[in-house]
Design a protein around this ligand. Sequence first.
Ligand SMILES: CC(C)(COP(=O)(O)OP(=O)(O)OC[C@H]1O[C@@H](n2cnc3c(N)ncnc32)[C@H](O)[C@@H]1OP(=O)(O)O)[C@@H](O)C(=O)NCCC(=O)NCCS
Length: 159
Amino acid sequence: MVSIRDGQDLEFSEFERISGTSLNMLYRNLASNSFKIADKRLVAYEKNEPVGYLLLKNMELGDSSIGLLMWGAVMPEFRRKHIGSELVENALAYFKANGIREVYSATTKDNIPSIKMFKRNNFEIISFNEILSKHGLTAIKLYINAFLFPNKFILRKLI
Ligand SMILES: CC(C)(COP(=O)(O)OP(=O)(O)OC[C@H]1O[C@@H](n2cnc3c(N)ncnc32)[C@H](O)[C@@H]1OP(=O)(O)O)[C@@H](O)C(=O)NCCC(=O)NCCS
């Protein structure tokens, strides 16, 4: 039985152990940096073993507060059990409780499991131009924090 908990006490080595099973070297390094700056870490535990995580950040874009799902991973043997979706649901509840109504994430265009998971949780793919027209040039902050490389889709959910 998996439980999702606040992961502020998660050991960095445990975090890296999960990343090591799930992310390539570039993304693993970026995720490790984000570990330190995340406003909240959610962790999925199976029998007290951490098996997945999601890093969250609160951001101000102009007058709007938005939520960012920075990095997430579930260890291979625990996938397709809705652990990723439960992490996302918990993140949305956290952002909503903090008055945030707009949540973003990004994933590479060839990451079918990730795209499908977000779509199943009612995220939509949007263009950076849409974010620019809504938030103006402050959208650049999102561009930087979400590492919006050209090979990525931006995903958004209004909550
Ligand atoms: C993306 C990831 C976090 C999804 O975690 P998960 O716990 O397996 O996802 P869920 O079980 O909640 O999946 C939800 C839905 O997404 C879809 N989905 C997930 N993985 C899929 C796959 N491999 N193939 C097809 N559809 C998939 C399914 O529709 C699934 O619902 P269903 O099982 O009822 O059909 C996991 O695959 C992972 O850690 N990948 C490597 C790291 C990564 O890419 N992270 C995200 C980018 S930062």
